[in-house]
Ligand binder design. Sequence first.
Ligand code: PLP
Length: 450
Amino acid sequence: MDQQQLLHISKQHMWLPFTQMSDYEKDPLIIESGEGVHLKDIEGNEYLDAYSSLWLNVHGHRKKEIDEAIKKQLDKISHSTLLGAANVPSILLAKKIIDLAPERLTRVFYSDSGATSVEISIKMAYQYWQNVGQPHKKKFVTLRNGYHGDTVGTMSVGSIDIYHRVYNSLLFDSIVVPYPNVYHHPSDDEKVVCEQSLTELGEIFKNHHDEIAGMTVESIMQGAGGMNVMPNGYLKGVEQLCRKYNILLIVDEVATGFGRTGKMFAVEHENVQPDMMTLAKGISGGYLPIAATLTSEEIYQAFYADFKEGKTFYHGHSYTGNQLGCAAALANLEIFEKENLVKQAEEKSEWLANQLQEIAKLEHVGDVRKLGLMCGIELVKNKETKEAFPWEERVGYQATLKMRELGMLTRPLGDVIVFMPPLSATYEELAEMLTILRKGIEQVTEDVGE
Ligand code: PLP
């Protein structure tokens, strides 16, 4: 099929996620292939993939070891979900993940996307309290602008405004607490923000712990809600409060897991031991849809009983523990070991921090936030007052379109530009991406800034 036909059909029949299709009609993009950190469209244009294909591609595209692991698995079996049966790659992967995860976590429940891994954690937490005889503990606490996925359950334990406006009556209520957002806080002292936020959270726990099942929280860095980094010590403080008030701590590592923040899991920055941890995206190196919800042994044991007691966890998807996905994930984790990738990410993170200082000086860059190779650049109309650009100008979106013209793909979150390159990007490739990032921001803000 030629380019024109593909384009025509895509406009006639496709409906793309999180996309206003009128934008796609104006600026369509159809990817045909990828190699390393490069993507190529059907017209032969090449782009640097500066957001790891929605934050998941770890080693670049077409990583030989993962390609081969998938082919090898294809020769055995591609998929079987027989309820009550395990499969070989999923067992091997469970052992690998548990060896890497915080020691409190001993069990792996598979699924196929980040949203389902969180959805599962909510259902588990809810049922856990029933199983241990405290059914009144039903509510969830979440942070302002938290994002845990787009299913009905995960939208409910998240706090993205647009979801709550559009899908309001579909959702159940959660208790939303302010995010310890240093840049947008009246005090820009990280320590003050941390202490105040923990005090507020402590008050809520004190007054409502009898009805709270768990707290869902993105690990150290909040992604889709604006690329916000918690002050030092905040997540540790949340953990202590959860323990004090008997509330399950559900840490979402869907975006931050697998080296993204310069540690295998972001909880390691503060030695936090969650009761549950959700994983997806980088788990298969960005290859296949596989996800996991990890739990403590205590949670698992609350479900372990004679069948007649009704404590079974009632959940499972057709593609649970898919063999190809598990084989890809195993190969992915072997590459982490072989290439000492977490260490590499840590080193690149330091280098990147220095480079981003130059971007932070640009006239319309209000704030640069980063943890490891997870970065957000907030564009503002006025650097002094932090006044935002009018939303209808879509400055973030325009900047990413400009970057696309210059040969790099990334994504805006409002006026925050996401910069999340694959961990495998070389220093040279990172430098190339930063040049385009800078040019894109300069060119767009010159046009709209005055
Ligand atoms: N949790 C977090 C922290 C995320 O960033 C995302 C996706 O961006 C999700 C959950 C949902 O993951 P998925 O898109 O795989 O459903």
